[in-house]
Design a protein around this ligand. Sequence first.
Ligand SMILES: [Zn+2]
Length: 78
Amino acid sequence: MSTQAKKRTKQQKRERASHFALTEKQLSTCPKCKKPILPHHVCKFCGFYKGLDVLYLDLKAERKKKKTKKKEDKAKNK
Ligand SMILES: [Zn+2]
């Protein structure tokens, strides 16, 4: 393991750390459901982007319901 050539002073350390602060995320609102979302991102609540349904969340939820129903019916028939 190598040793450091020069000591880094408190001032140098603090000056470097002056750029470490986190910035608050700027949120925009979804035009469809009015919830806060990241700009230029698909809304994860309703699945819309630029007025288009991109994620088909409603369809997926319906399919999941059907699947669970089928499973339940199978379990009942056994
Ligand atoms: Zn939305």
